[in-house]
Write a protein that binds this ligand. Structure first.
Ligand SMILES: *[C@@H]1O[C@H](CO)[C@@H](O)[C@H](O)[C@H]1NC(C)=O
Length: 207
């Protein structure tokens, strides 16, 4: 019974939290006002009340919208995003895709402009082509892939060099051991030789 009560309380608190107004925004009914609060992409609340209908995010320092931030808000009717410092690289793809999904009347597309990179400054985010966005992207994973390819190449070359060195060493070892065996045989027969010689010469002396 107590456990059930605790569970209900936890659910209640959890429910409260997800629908509560997040600092530093202010809420009036289903309208959430986060405008003019010097919010950056990292200080922006990570979620908004599920029933939010109007969301004001304009006049902040936002450079990108975290992926999925505006998903899961079924009642959302308007979002203001103008007057921010949108960076139009890979990070803008979510914002651009979200804007493209909206009916033009629900949101003011016209204020959502790139502030960087320089070649895209002043451009409307919604009208950026995918190529333009991707061109300005820094593909760190491509660099990583290239670096790993180079590492792999170097690794293979080193392996090949080691293998060649090993083969050369084995060849030389084989030759040396063959030589050693031959000299051992030679010295053995040579050692027998003089014995025999001395024996025969001894025999000769006796005779
Ligand atoms: C939203 O908040 C800002 C900053 O506190 C305020 O200036 C503005 O009037 C508010 N807008 C609305 C629609 O409440």
């Amino acid at each position: 019974m107590n456990g059930l009560l605790l569970l209900c309380l936890l659910l209640y608190v959890g429910g409260q939290r997800s629908s509560a107004c997040q600092q530093p925004c202010s809420c009036q009914g289903s309208a959430v006002n986060c405008s003019s609060r010097s919010l950056t992409s990292s200080s922006l609340p990570t979620s908004f009340p599920v029933g939010t209908t109007h969301l004001h995010l304009h006049s902040n320092l936002l450079t990108s919208l975290p992926n999925g931030l505006l998903d899961g808000l079924p009642s959302l009717r308007s979002v203001t995003l103008h007057n921010n410092s949108w960076v139009c690289d890979c990070g803008v793809l979510y914002l651009r895709a979200w804007l493209l999904r909206q009916p033009t009347t629900s949101v003011s597309h016209h204020g959502v402009k790139c502030s960087s990179p320089p070649e895209l400054r002043g451009r409307l985010v919604v009208y950026l082509t995918e190529e333009e966005v991707l061109e300005s992207c820094h593909y760190w994973y491509c660099d990583l892939a290239l670096a790993s390819q180079v590492c792999l190449f170097v690794f293979v070359v080193v392996q090949a060099a080691l293998l060649v060195a090993l083969l050369v060493f084995l060849k030389r070892f084989e030759r040396l051991s063959k030589e050693a065996r031959r000299t051992a045989e030679e010295s053995f027969t040579a050692g027998e030789g003089p014995g025999e010689n001395s024996y025969t010469s001894l025999k000769g002396d006796i005779n």
